[in-house]
Design a protein around this ligand. Structure first.
Ligand code: PEP
Ligand code: MG
Length: 746
């Protein structure tokens, strides 16, 4: 019986292949497929429904239903049995369709005389394309073999759709990947960019779906799986130490050795598919399961299996990452996700980045921010929709992607970019001027950095120095712990590039969202409140000591500023400082040149430190408010959680009053104070911070111009009054009042 089913489906596939090879126009091909499927399966009806838009299905070809209804009958997603198959991605097999749940009668089709119904989704790599249906008068359920056969036809249809087999005269079908698409994602780095798509992982195109010689295909599959196992083992050998990567690779290995996986693919071959198509069929089933899975762990594993199938497809088709396509001149990178190292390899040549997944705090986002490349994350379906070379516009300000935009969008977008360019010219014209307000206050504007690649911005942005150098980025982008000599050389290059401008090095701030691939991460119930930053540095001081030594050597007699992250109480500062003293003593003993001037500060990122004793304020040489963390703890709103991270305004009176209090404490003890969270780079926020007494701000290089431009137009005394009046009036946020003030500026 199985054998008969195999040869039946092989026969059907053979006929399909002839259709694929024919010169017929798109519609004719579709008609032929419905005809031969109905014929092979012994049903009176076979119909193909394809999506016209995201919500609407259209009957595009039929054998057996009223031909007049082709391209006339339409249904919404979820409507009737066909709509349900499309929405759920699941097969419906009903002996008595009219009495099945959700049945909807379409009078124009003449389908009332058919009793049994079998509908399977047409989908490719998880993308829904339509529904394939067979119907017959006889009231019967279809067998598992028949379902399989129809699924295979659906898969072939999906591949042919991808290859553009159904476009052309009379087809009334849209060519795929030609229409404009708008994708709404989430902003991870502001800015706008226009360019052409570069797929980090180009999709594999399978052209030979059907094969006559199952033995040969089995052998090809076996060999490819063997190669796959070897490559996974090799990856595992070099990945040891990186627990997360090892975990994923272990899962790969488990799947690569799974008999069930192999057996299902071999069965696909026995039914007439080529080895590639067999892998793709299995992958498609996995994706369908992935859509249903609600358990996060299971979904992750299914993702692993999906990745593994991709690798196998690449081996079988010989289509590696290098497809021969040349990187466009204005590449916009499209990927599911990307590691920081890979992103750095592309570097500044990228105009923009679009990720299907990702998170605001991911390492990739940190690198994109450091490189000032507009980044949109959570751009659902971008990988399905985009092809290499597609024209694309990335609106990092709005978190929107315009793929293959039409002229109206292109013009509007270019206008926006032109306006931004004009603004940039304005900023460039004041680059070498100080940020002096109308009331005569000078505000120091520094920039944040973390990579060597950031340093040229010191010149171009007009920043006075580096107010925050996030040293962890160097650790995050490597696969191994850097050595002291490497770090010393790097820090020395940073100081060289700064040419005497002040650089504040922040010691390693890891933990929470910043997990080093080569350090065993401990599961923590709440990582943002967990073992991170200085807590790690003090409990396991080895790395911090190495880093302090590297910094002292790099300075080689020059002035040096060191700042400790996440100090929550006086004692932590004292202990950290003692480490510096020890390092200095050791260097002295070894005869190395000591920094001409050494200043040691702390980041104020927890409310607790704001209320530390006066003695602490007297002792610390400078403080920098890490507004990103401070705000999340002040409002108890996770900075990584999209649901709450924008819920509370920085210009909320409680927060500003709190900052004012810190300013007052520092003023009383003459402690140097700055602010280096993201808010320092937002012009209106920066203005308010300056107005309440923060006269030193550190921000992304691209923000220096806009912030300076606004400060130079404002009178801080007036702004302070606006803020205080709004507070006295009981406003929750001073933003509306400040915006009103700004509108009144000439
Ligand atoms: C901050 O918390 O504001 C800060 C500057 O540090 P990071 O964003 O690196 O945590
Ligand atoms: Mg922080």
């Amino acid at each position: 019986m199985v054998e008969r089913a195999e040869s039946e489906s092989r026969k059907l596939l053979g006929r399909l292949r002839d259709t694929m090879a024919s010169q017929a126009a798109g519609q004719e091909r579709l008609d032929q497929i419905t005809h031969l499927t109905a014929d092979s399966m012994g049903t009176e009806v076979c119909s193909i429904y394809l999506f016209r838009d995201d919500e609407t299905l259209e009957l595009c070809a039929t054998q057996g239903l009223n031909p007049e209804s082709v391209h006339q009958t339409r249904m919404k997603l979820g409507e009737g049995l066909v709509g349900r198959v499309a929405r759920t991605g699941k097969v419906i097999n009903a002996a008595d369709a009219p009495s099945a749940k959700g049945f909807r009668y379409m009078p124009e089709t003449g389908e009332e005389i058919y009793s049994s119904f079998l509908g399977v989704p047409i989908q490719r790599l998880g993308e829904k394309l339509g529904v394939l249906v067979v119907q017959s008068k006889e009231a019967r359920e279809f067998s598992a073999d028949e379902i399989y056969a129809l699924e295979v036809v659906a898969m072939v249809l999906a591949e042919m759709t991808e290859l553009g087999a159904f476009v052309g005269e009379g087809a009334a079908l849209r060519a795929r990947h030609t229409q404009p698409v708008l994708i709404r994602g989430v902003t991870a780095q502001e800015g706008t960019a226009e360019g052409h798509v570069w797929l980090h992982e180009p999709r594999v195109v399978v052209t030979n779906l059907v094969a006559d010689d199952p033995a040969k295909e089995r052998a090809r599959l076996t060999e490819a799986v063997e190669n796959l196992r070897i490559s996974v083992d090799q990856l595992l050998a070099v990945a040891s130490g990186d627990s997360e990567q090892v975990q994923v690779l272990e899962a790969y290995r488990m799947f690569a050795n799974s008999k069930g996986w192999m057996r299902r693919m071999e069965e696909n071959i026995d039914r007439g598919l080529s080895a590639e198509a067999a892998v793709e069929k299995e992958q498609s089933d996995v994706r369908a399961r992935m859509l249903q899975a609600t358990d996060a762990y299971l979904r992750e594993r299914l993702h692993d299996l999906d990745d593994l199938s991709n690798r196998l497809l690449r081996i079988l088709t010989g289509q590696g990452n290098k497809t021969g396509a040349a990187l466009p001149e204005d590449p916009i990178l499209v990927a599911r996700n990307i590691g920081p190292g890979e992103l750095l390899e592309y570097g500044r040549q990228l105009r923009g980045i679009i990720l299907e997944e990702g998170s605001v705090g991911s390492h990739a986002a940190i690198v994109a921010r450091a490189l000032a490349i507009p980044l949109v994350i959570n751009a659902k379906r971008i990988q399905i929709e985009a092809l290499n070379g597609d024209h694309v516009m990335v609106d990092g300000d709005q978190g929107v992607v315009h793929l293959r935009p039409d002229d109206t969008v292109v013009n509007a977008f270019r206008d926006k970019m032109a306006m931004q360019a004009k603004a940039q010219e304005r900023y460039a014209s004041i680059r070498d001027k100080p940020a002096v307000t109308l009331c005569g206050k000078t505000i120091r504007l520094d920039m944040n950095a973390g990579l060597m690649a950031d340093l040229p911005s010191l010149e171009s942005s007009g920043a006075e120095g580096v107010g925050l150098f996030r040293t962890e980025l160097q650790f995050l982008v490597r696969s191994q712990m850097p050595k002291r000599t490497e770090l010393a050389a790097l820090y020395a290059r940073v100081l060289d590039a700064a040419q005497g401008k002040r650089v504040v090095f922040r010691t390693l701030d890891i933990g929470s969202d910043k997990v080093l691939p080569y350090m065993a991460a401990e599961e923590e119930p709440n990582p943002a409140l967990g073992w991170r930053a200085i807590r790690v540095g003090l409990d396991k001081p080895g790395v911090m000591r190495m880093q302090l030594q590297a910094l002292l050597r790099a300075a080689n007699g020059r002035p040096l500023s060191i700042m400790f992250p996440f100090i929550a109480q006086y004692d932590e500062y004292r202990l950290a400082r003692a480490e510096v003293d020890k390092a200095v003593a050791r260097e002295k003993k070894l005869g190395h040149t000591l920094p001409e001037k050494l200043e040691i500060g702390a980041m104020l990122e927890t409310p607790s430190l704001a209320f530390a004793s006066k003695r602490f304020y007297e002792e610390v040489e400078f403080l920098s408010i890490g507004g990103n963390d401070l705000k999340q703890f002040f409002f108890a709103a996770d900075r990584e959680n999209e649901r709450v991270r924008r819920r509370y305004d920085t210009l909320n009176v409680s927060f500003l009053t709190f900052i004012e209090d810190i300013v007052a404490r520092c003023a009383a003890t003459n402690t140097r104070l700055s602010f280096c969270g993201e808010d320092a780079g937002r012009p209106v926020e920066a203005l308010c911070l300056a107005a309440i007494g923060l006269h030193s701000l550190s921000m992304r290089p691209a923000s220096v111009g806009p912030v300076k431009h606004l400060l130079r137009r404002c009178n801080l005394d007036d702004v302070r009054k606006v803020i205080h009046d709004a507070r006295d009036a009981g406003e929750q946020s001073v933003r509306p009042a400040v915006m009103e003030y700004l509108r009144g500026l000439s």
